[in-house]
Design a protein around this ligand. Structure first.
Ligand code: XMP
Length: 516
């Protein structure tokens, strides 16, 4: 739990995929927000003293066996509460209302009539479009609650308790389909919770830098750099905080993208003047990968070798006490790693690049309270170039899982060139930021072609580009045909050994983003 913000709103997570989105929307109002377990005790809440509490939605029915509940004393604390969907049903049930499964359930878009324009619905249009997604509804609550909005089939689309600061919304204000959802959440945090909306990422940077200085004292910190945005922002933040007490390690495993290592060296040796150790380990990694075709075995070997290289280099750096890592807030929530964090883990972790605790360092994780888009914003504030800040994610095992089958130096060289063409052309078209991950894959097939007068029997490159919010599901990017045509022509003309280019039009699921 961060101690950085003096005003915060807490989201109690009842298993909703949207809990993170609620937290982001609140932070967009410049109010610090964190997600906690749904069963957090009223005593702990008293200690944390949030300005407001949001009960998230969830897939359960409040009457189901084992349905997640909150501490009922929560409603006695005098802290404003907003229940969303399941959260509303729970609040109303706890305070004497009735919840029923209804026949005329509304899913998806609905129009609500606003009945009361004070606090929560201030400045919201009298008829507004919202997004519903639950089979249960609150009924018979006139004794204790006042309706604030309704639809033809849902008389209590929004309610307020008659005497306590407890509100409920049957629909989801956090999703963009609820057209005025942003206003509603802003009204809750500003009008109802009385937050002053002064939380800024810039303050976050200053306070974090101060905190790192206090924590580290005269000691040395090691930071692993990969070329990705998270580790770069951590290194930039530490460089600002402790300058020459920072040592960075870049393991060049020979599986990085074109110019990736050079860019890191230019930025951290050149610009930040950090003590940067580059471990040239291409040969070591390629030796370990010789003859290996199984993707998981490749991952295992790469992960293992990475730890060995990192450890050897770290051992040469005397007096290091801390290891800095780019853990982000979604990682903390998803692994349930925080004491107040939600219990369930949702995401499957590939996580091969992780460094084990046995390295014996104390961890510093300065980004653990931030979302990815906040990390990018912070990176820009710290002076990192857009090329690093907006880089698409890259898997820990790097090009090895995009070079299908056995990994060799020659295949990597082809793949690296083809990949640089894919990314370069997508950037030139202005589509790099609106696509989420774009890259080349070297397929393990040869096919016949003609070049000039002769026949060729050469390799095929697959172009993959996806759009996604969370990398759990993804759609293929509908790239313009002219762009695809330019990419194909350039790859075939410029990358020796390739005579065919295909475009992957599979979505995830059932396919995955990577090919291995
Ligand atoms: P998939 O292929 O499972 O990928 O749809 C989802 C996201 O995870 C990345 N990915 C990895 N990241 N180590 C990583 O650090 C891995 O072994 C790994 N495999 C896939 C992938 O690039 C995408 O962003």
């Amino acid at each position: 739990m961060s101690s950085l913000a003096n005003q915060r709103v807490l989201v109690l997570d009842f298993g909703s995929q949207l809990a993170q989105l609620i937290a982001r929307r609140v932070r967009e109002q410049h109010v610090y927000c964190e997600i906690v377990r749904h069963d957090i005790t009223a005593d702990r809440l008293r200690e944390l003293a949030p300005k407001g509490i949001i009960l998230s939605g969830g897939p359960s029915s409040v009457y189901a066996d084992g349905a997640p509940k909150c501490d009922p004393e929560l409603f006695e604390l005098g802290i404003p509460v907003l229940g969303i969907c399941y959260g509303m049903q729970l609040a109303c049930q706890a305070l004497g209302g009735e919840v029923k499964s209804v026949n005329s359930r509304e899913y998806g878009r609905a129009h609500v009539d606003v009945l009361d324009h004070s606090d929560l619905f201030a400045d919201v249009h009298p008829k507004t479009e919202v997004w519903m997604s639950h089979g249960d509804q609150v009924t018979a609550i006139d004794e204790t609650f006042v309706p604030l909005a309704s639809t033809g089939t849902c008389p209590y689309a929004a309610v307020r308790h008659k005497t306590r600061p407890v509100y409920g919304l049957q629909f989801h204000p956090e999703v963009t389909h609820t057209v005025e959802g942003k206003t509603l959440l802003a009204n809750f945090v500003r009008n109802v919770c009385d937050c002053d909306g002064t939380w800024r990422l810039g303050d976050f940077a200053d306070e974090t830098i101060e905190r790192i200085r206090e924590q580290v004292g005269d000691n040395r910190v090691i930071c692993g750099l990969s070329g990705g945005v998270d580790s770069s922002v951590v290194a930039a933040l530490l460089s600002r905080a402790i300058g020459s007490q920072l040592s960075c390690i870049l393991v060049d495993n020979g599986l990085l993208r074109k110019d990736e290592a050079r860019l890191v060296v230019q930025e951290f040796s050149g610009h930040f003047k950090s003590d940067l150790h580059v471990v040239e380990a291409e040969d070591r990694f390629l030796d370990k990968l010789a003859g290996i075709v199984d993707p998981q075995e490749k991952r295992r070997r790469i992960g293992h070798e990475f730890i060995a290289c990192f450890k050897e280099e770290a051992d040469k750096i005397t007096g290091a006490k801390y290891l800095a890592q780019g853990t982000l807030y979604p990682d903390v929530i998803e692994s349930g790693a925080s004491a107040d964090g939600p219990a369930d883990t949702i995401k499957l972790h590939h996580n091969v690049g992780g460094l084990p605790e046995e390295l014996g360092f104390d961890l510093i994780e300065p980004l653990r309270d931030l979302f990815k888009d906040e990390v990018r914003q912070l990176g820009l504030q710290l002076g990192l170039p857009e090329e690093i800040v907006w880089r698409h994610p890259f898997p820990g095992p790097g090009l090895a899982v995009r070079c299908l089958g056995e990994v060799t130096r020659d295949k990597l060289a082809m793949l690296r060139e083809a990949d640089a063409i894919v990314v370069g052309e997508i950037k030139a078209e202005g589509l790099y930021r609106s696509t989420s991950q774009s890259f080349a894959v070297l397929l393990p097939v040869q096919s016949v072609g003609v070049m000039g007068d002769s026949r060729t029997y050469d390799n095929a490159i697959c172009v993959r580009s996806v759009n996604t919010d969370d990398f759990m599901t993804a759609d293929w990017s509908h790239l313009p045909h002219e762009l695809l045509s330019r990419i194909a022509t350039r790859i075939i003309n410029e990358v020796k050994g390739v005579n065919r280019v295909v475009y992957d039009i599979s979505s995830k699921p059932p396919a995955t983003i990577e090919w291995e």
